[in-house]
Design a protein. Structure first.
Length: 523
């Protein structure tokens, strides 16, 4: 019987190995195992990164894994690996527990640290950045406009757990020919540069011509030199739609524009097509936090600080937009509904000087194409609904005039009170690490509840700055399973708002052998 069982195992081994392969990549300057172009991707003869990302699908295909080993990979890379298997992706990931950094601060004709051109590949758990000294002022000697991640071709890719920061260009470009993409659990911050004293470089620049929905969820997007997310096209006369079918969900987007000295849109959804063909449509904005630094004790709320803008050109008003369950905080112009043809806007909380409209939107408001209700407004003036250069309305006047905003409420800024964890999500690659965002309008501590986490009392934890990883505080989880987050202006935030990582003590586990990982299910 044992002989027969062993024979079955021997028969299964080549089948499993053919179905799923693992390859290895090391930095070219690794002290022990340098990656080379001549390697075969094995542990004893690893590839360099560009060689790995250039493999044909006869070598690397769906179900295979390319492991990136710890270290700094200096260069600018283009990935053309491509899965021909519709139900299986190639995985490109840092190997467990090792930090991998793609450093674009080098001489190269390429304009992105990583450009992706292949379909059905998942990239996860590494860093894309510029290290060392470099100029962020356009026109200065040595200046390079270089983007972080540019996904230009290939559908159904996934990007998870990436840290994309300090690149002197756009953080993430997710372009029109890349439908079906999912971008999640990424930190995208401090990207861009200065040009004539203005900020250039969005956190995300997003387009989509596919009928497949693009999903951007559970990301932290902040302190970029220009806007946080642009779902947008500046082109006119192209004759087809490519700003459509995007879902933005559960993202924390804040203080974009601040490195250049001015708050700009955390999120804009629009098109500048003067022919009215390429309009932004079928965009869902669900359960996001859009925040600019506010002193909630001031109650004046003057200044520029747009958090959400819908529409840009009156000839191409946005259509079929869903904006539900979001927290929208900014200054005098936090919410701008400029050119909107059809929209579902419900259960949002808005903190702003005014809600701003253009006249072009008014023709659509009281038609069936507008479903707006159950929102909470906190504004500086009682007459807060402003049709620019025309008239200001109170909520009551607005409801009577346009038969909208049913069951919505208005309050002055001084009535805004919030003390809560806005976001708490377990890290996908570390079950004992949580990413959180907190807000206390009085700039006091926030209690974060871990009762349902399953983490035991007296477990050691560290509170880390979400961007730098610096330890802010350490402690042990008490019997009430609450952790106190004290106010602090980490990442340039006001004292009332903060983003953090909480890491609990890991329970050490023996790493399984390759044989155990392949055949553990048998025993």
């Amino acid at each position: 019987m044992k002989t027969k069982f062993a024979y079955i195992i021997l028969l299964l081994v080549p089948v499993v190995l053919m179905a799923q392969q693992e390859f290895h990549v090391f930095p070219a300057d690794h002290y022990k195992s340098p990656g080379t172009q001549a390697g075969d991707g094995s542990l004893t003869s690893p590839w360099d990164l560009q060689t790995a990302l250039s493999q044909p699908n006869s070598v690397v295909n769906g179900g295979d894994t390319i492991w990136l080993h710890g270290g700094t990979y200096t260069g600018r890379f283009i990935s053309t690996i491509n899965s021909t298997k519709p139900d299986k992706k190639i995985l490109v990931s840092s190997i467990s527990g090792e930090r991998v950094t793609l450093n674009g601060n080098t001489k190269s004709a390429r304009k992105s640290v990583l450009e992706v051109q292949g379909a059905r590949v998942r990239y996860q758990n590494f860093e894309i950045t510029f290290l060392g000294d470099y100029d962020r002022h356009f026109g200065q000697p040595g200046f390079q406009k270089v983007n972080g991640l540019f996904h230009t071709l290939g559908e159904d890719c996934e990007f998870s757990g990436l840290r994309i920061h300090n690149n002197p260009g756009v953080g993430v470009g997710s372009w029109k020919a890349t439908g079906g993409t999912i971008i999640e659990f990424c930190k995208v911050y401090n990207n861009g540069h200065l040009r004539k004293k203005k900020g250039v470089g969005e956190g995300f620049y997003v387009q989509n011509q596919s009928d497949k929905e693009r999903i951007i969820r559970n990301n932290f997007i902040f302190n970029n030199y220009y806007k946080g997310i642009e779902v947008w096209s500046a082109s006119s006369g192209v004759g087809f739609e490519f700003v459509k079918n995007v879902r933005l969900e559960n993202n924390i987007i804040f203080n974009n524009g601040t490195p250049a000295g001015k708050h700009v849109d955390n999120l804009i959804i629009a098109s500048d097509d003067k022919e009215g063909i390429n309009v932004a449509r079928n965009i869902k904005v669900l359960n996001n936090v859009l925040y600019h630094n506010i002193n909630h004790e001031d109650n004046s709320n003057y200044g520029h600080g747009a958090s959400l803008t819908l529409g840009y050109n009156f000839k191409s008003p946005v259509r079929d937009i869903v904006v539900n369950d979001n927290l929208i905080i900014g200054k005098n112009n936090a919410l701008r509904l400029f050119h909107v043809k059809s929209m579902n806007f419900k259960r949002n909380t808005i903190y702003s000087g005014y809600v701003n409209f253009f006249n072009s939107t008014l023709n659509s408001i009281n038609k069936d194409s507008w479903a707006v209700s159950n929102n909470n407004y906190y504004t500086r003036k009682f007459k807060a609904f402003r049709v620019i250069k025309t008239r200001d309305f109170s909520l009551d006047e607005w409801q009577k005039e346009y038969k909208t905003e049913l069951h919505s409420e208005w309050n002055p800024l001084k009535n805004f009170k919030m003390n809560k964890a806005l976001y708490i999500e377990k890290s996908p690659d570390n079950p004992k690490s949580y990413e959180i965002a907190v807000l206390n309008s009085e700039a006091k501590s926030v209690q974060v509840d871990f009762t349902s986490s399953g983490i035991e009392e007296n477990t050691n934890y560290k509170i880390l700055d979400l961007a730098s990883g610096d330890i802010i505080e350490s402690g042990q989880l008490k019997s009430n399973k609450q952790i106190e987050i004290k106010p602090g202006n980490h990442n340039g935030t006001a004292l009332n708002f903060g983003v953090y990582t909480i890491e609990f003590e890991e329970v050490s586990k023996k790493r399984k052998s390759l044989f155990e990982r392949l055949f553990g299910w048998i025993f």
